[in-house]
Design a protein around this ligand. Structure first.
Ligand SMILES: [Mn+2]
Length: 489
């Protein structure tokens, strides 16, 4: 037989040791995928039956040390009998004779599992656990299909205007989710239900503005009149009225779809609520609805949703689940790649450029900590962009960029020192003064000015108050004493 060029390992071949119910199901699964499988079992009748079914079966006692003799070469072994000691013996034999073979072994109990691992098994499975996981997955899928249907029929029965509310200063996840919900409403009820999308605050970040403009997403400022014009209200990417939005707390919200795990869930009193703290983004949940409902997804919606999932999971690196990846895979062929590219590399606004420039010139570095005062900013979203750039400087492990808006002192932090959880540090240092927290490597704080908001010269105000404010942080990370020794940075 002609030899193929040696560009990789040969064709993967599986060997199953022990062909009870579990082993047999693995054979069937592999056969479905047209994989070549060999089977070894102690039971002569069983081996005969397998051969009758055209499987390559061998009679072997897997506890015997020469059980591999005469078997063709294989790359992956499943050791699947219900006898823990026999499985252990087989793993030892395989690993001793064929150390490069990958071994998956069935364990009968946790102690047996540990022994199998110690014997060299590459993975150990408990069939009960596999069944449990599969059952949960299946039930979740069914549940998703059921609630999607419920949402659809709910929307189909409504008349008037559905107001879809995002959280304040909406991010792509919130915006994409709103767009997708509007799409589902249109599909469910094209005749009697209109939709409007509302937000409060600003759509700040460059990319977010580009995103809204390029995808031609119509969003309106949330006002009391606008609210009163809606017959129904929905909230996406935030858990209820008054929580990261300016909707009065007693307002009835008919639909709530969110994924935040830290969110308190104010009673929305509505008819539909789907809050999944496990999901990487709200856009993932909406994608699942579209999928389950077979609602056609146009380029615009697909591009928005994919962008929402990507940004909320920080390019699939944060809180991402296999499901999120699955939805991304579903959306990808439906998106407009050129559009996505344009969103990802928008031209920077003059203010953002200025803020980054100021941050670079005003930076002070002490023991790997960088501090940069950017003064008065209209748009706080320039800060994280500046921090993203400054953290890449050599010798900088942690970067704090701070500035002042009309209403608050704002701090944006980035960190690559694994010993420091910057979210916790900010929350500990500034939590009492305002809103502060985040992740191990990125965090932010907003310290409201309250009546100092009336001060005209904001940059001057910041200069006066920032040192005592920052001292708490410097104390916390152990920079304060060092500062006194070496003179303030
Ligand atoms: Mn989100």
């Amino acid at each position: 037989m002609a030899q193929e060029a040696p560009i990789g390992p040969g064709p993967v071949k599986y060997a199953i040791f022990g062909c009870g119910t579990n082993g047999y199901n693995i054979i069937l699964e592999l056969a479905r995928e047209h994989e070549r499988v060999i089977v070894a079992d102690r039971d002569e009748t069983r081996v005969r039956h397998l051969r009758d079914q055209k499987f390559e079966a061998y009679q072997r006692d897997i506890t015997s040390s020469d059980m591999l003799a005469g078997l063709p070469q294989f790359d992956i072994a499943f050791v699947m009998t219900g006898d823990g000691d026999a499985n252990l013996a087989a793993v030892l034999t395989i690993k001793k004779r064929l150390p490069s073979v990958q071994v998956v072994a069935r364990s009968v109990d946790p102690v047996n599992g540990q022994k199998l691992t110690a014997a060299g098994a590459d993975s150990v499975i408990y069939p009960q656990e596999v069944v449990a996981r599969q059952a949960v997955l299946q039930v979740k899928k069914q549940h998703a299909s059921r609630i999607s249907q419920r949402l659809f029929s709910l929307l189909a029965g409504w008349e008037g205007t559905l107001g879809i509310i995002t959280h304040n200063n909406p991010d792509p996840d919130a915006i994409a989710s709103a767009v997708a919900l509007a799409e589902i409403a249109r599909a469910a009820n094209p005749k009697t239900l209109a939709t409007r999308i509302f937000y409060d605050g600003t759509i700040g970040h460059q990319e977010n503005r580009t995103f809204v403009n390029l995808l031609d997403i119509k969003m309106e400022h949330l006002t009391p009149e606008a609210l009163s014009q809606c017959s129904h209200l929905a909230m996406v990417d935030c858990p209820g009225p008054g929580s990261n939005n300016d909707v009065p707390p007693q307002t009835r919200i008919d639909i709530v779809i969110d994924h935040h795990r830290d969110g308190k869930h104010p009673a929305a009193g509505g008819s539909f609520s789907d809050i999944r703290p496990g999901a990487g983004s709200t856009a993932s949940i909406l994608t699942q609805y579209l999928q389950e409902l077979d609602v056609p997804v146009d380029k615009r919606v697909a591009t928005a949703l994919l962008y929402g999932i990507r940004t909320d999971t920080r390019e699939f690196r944060r809180n991402v689940t296999p499901q999120d990846l699955g939805y991304a895979g579903f959306l990808l062929p439906l998106t407009d790649a050129g559009l996505l590219d344009k969103i990802m590399s928008p031209s920077m606004s003059q203010e953002t450029l200025d803020v980054i420039g100021t941050a670079i010139t005003k930076r002070r570095i002490q023991s790997g900590y960088l501090f940069a005062n950017v003064g008065y900013v209209m748009n706080r979203d320039a800060l994280p962009q500046a921090a993203d750039i400054l953290i890449t400087l050599e010798g900088v492990n942690t970067a704090l960029v701070y500035g002042i808006t009309d209403t608050a002192i704002v701090i944006s932090a980035r960190n690559r020192d694994v010993r420091l959880h910057i979210g916790n540090a900010l929350s500990e240092a500034f939590g009492e003064m305002g809103d502060a927290g985040g992740h191990p490597n990125m965090a932010a704080a907003t310290l409201p000015l309250h009546y100092f908001g009336k001060v005209e010269d904001k940059a001057r105000l910041l200069e006066i108050v920032i040192e005592p404010v920052l001292r708490k942080f410097r104390d916390l990370v152990g920079l304060e004493n060092e500062g006194k020794k070496n003179g303030s940075p």
